[in-house]
Design a protein. Structure first.
Length: 434
């Protein structure tokens, strides 16, 4: 495994292939909202959406393992990326022929499998084709292109939702995916040498970008012994910090799974139009992109523990306010509350917490046991999200959306409490020391 490629490259290699990711991110941006609205137009319930989302999240866990190992076994990055984009296109066009809720759920799970394939090869390609001194710049560019793509995709959803046949939205999304596959096939050049996947964990920017693309990263599959050894560390004041951090992250994803699964059906049930549903996600994504850009450049100037705690408190309060508004309002008033407070929760608070918590995870990994630690982290994230999504539909269906949002706000407060208990004197949680 190469440790640095600064001495291998005498001059910068073109990175214009990164722009091949723009069309695919435009295509992916509105898919989650599209699937949920499509299920509702097929007279599905919030339980059907919960099952679709749970299946999506359940597939993401083995998919991240499969594609990670596939990347390890291959010395070529382009085929995996091109095939992923082409498979996304093939999956999206099949939604035109899905006339049952079951069919939509199956296609959504397939979409989860194929869309996750490119995350790791893209990261590796940057590290293998660029000098180390340019990694931060190119990763930042990739992140911005991805975010802009999602924003443009949601703009397309807003423009399409109420004014054109809804199911035909997948047609431009399919063509955009095909365009990315073609651009990647033409523009990507295989690197002259390859790194092992563990190199992602050696550099904070690559680690952050990888988790931003797909918040599951298995270098190895954790065993029960790994979990037992890890959580036994919580009994000692000297080793309890990672346990508190991972518990906070698990509570965060559990609460987010509960809230996010019921958000779209709650708006639809409140007589909010399809375009307005897309608009809620669009505004939150715009604020999230700006927040990531601003805060990401200043991570080394921030107290990570305080930033993470503040993000969680803001997200918790926003969830609780949306839950309270669901009791009293419907239609435009409920839309207004959701626009304001979901923008704070899913835009500003998410960016601040996500950036700070991932740097803290990176800082606690150390040089040994990274595979086990990342496996435990990914398993907690995956299963917390999946369980939160599953129970969300049943809570909303049998008790009401307001209680779902209130419960998610309370669990987000629990995540904040775990973060607050982290030692303020621990350098891992003080700033970006990577």
């Amino acid at each position: 495994m190469a440790s640095s490629n600064d001495n291998v490259k005498s001059k910068d290699v073109k990175d214009d292939w990164i722009y091949s990711t723009l069309p695919i991110n435009i295509a992916i941006g509105p898919v989650s909202t599209f699937v949920q609205l499509y299920i509702l137009t097929l007279h599905g319930t919030v339980i059907d959406i919960a099952l679709a989302t749970t299946l999506f999240n359940a597939v993401t866990i083995p998919a991240s393992i499969i594609w990670g190992f596939a990347t390890d076994r291959s010395d070529r990055r382009k085929p995996i990326i091109v095939l992923s984009y082409a498979a996304v296109a093939g999956t999206l066009i099949l939604f035109l022929f899905a006339r049952t809720i079951y069919g939509v759920e199956v296609l959504y799970s397939i979409f989860s499998l194929v869309s996750s394939a490119a995350a790791t090869p893209l990261n590796m390609l940057i590290m293998e084709s660029q000098r180390k001194s340019r990694w931060a710049l190119v990763f930042a560019r990739l992140s911005m292109i991805s975010s802009v793509g999602v924003v443009v995709g949601l703009v397309l959803g807003v423009a399409w939702g109420d004014f054109l046949p809804f199911t035909l939205l997948v047609v431009p999304l399919t063509w955009l995916s095909v365009l990315s596959a073609a651009m990647a096939a033409v523009m990507i050049r295989e690197p002259g040498f390859v790194f092992e996947r563990e190199m992602i964990v050696m550099f904070s920017r690559s680690f952050f970008q990888r988790l931003l693309a797909l918040p599951l990263f298995f270098l190895k599959i954790p065993s029960l012994m790994d979990f037992r050894r890890f959580f036994k560390g919580g009994r000692s004041p000297l080793t309890r910090e990672p346990v508190l951090l991972y518990s906070s992250i698990a509570a965060f994803y559990f609460a987010s799974g509960i809230f996010n699964t019921s958000l779209v059906p709650s708006l639809y049930n409140a007589n909010v139009s399809k375009s307005e549903v897309f608009l809620v996600n669009l505004i939150a994504m715009i604020v999230q992109t700006i927040s990531f850009s601003y805060y990401g450049k200043r991570m080394n100037q921030q107290n990570l523990r305080q930033s993470a705690f503040g993000g969680l408190v803001l997200r918790s309060v926003s969830y609780l306010i949306i839950g309270a508004s669901a009791i009293f309002f419907t239609g435009l008033p409920f839309l207004a509350y959701t626009l304001v407070f979901y923008t704070l929760a899913g835009g500003l608070a998410y960016a601040v917490y996500y950036a700070a918590s991932n740097v803290m995870v990176f800082n606690t990994l150390g040089r040994s046991g990274q595979g086990s630690a990342l496996g435990i982290y990914s398993a907690l994230v995956g299963f917390a999200t999946m369980i939160g999504s599953f129970i969300s539909g049943f809570i909303s269906f049998y008790t009401g959306f307001y209680l779902t949002f209130l419960i998610s706000g309370l669990f987000m407060a629990i995540a904040a409490a775990f973060t607050y208990l982290l030692s303020p004197s621990n350098p891992y949680f003080d700033e970006d020391i990577a």
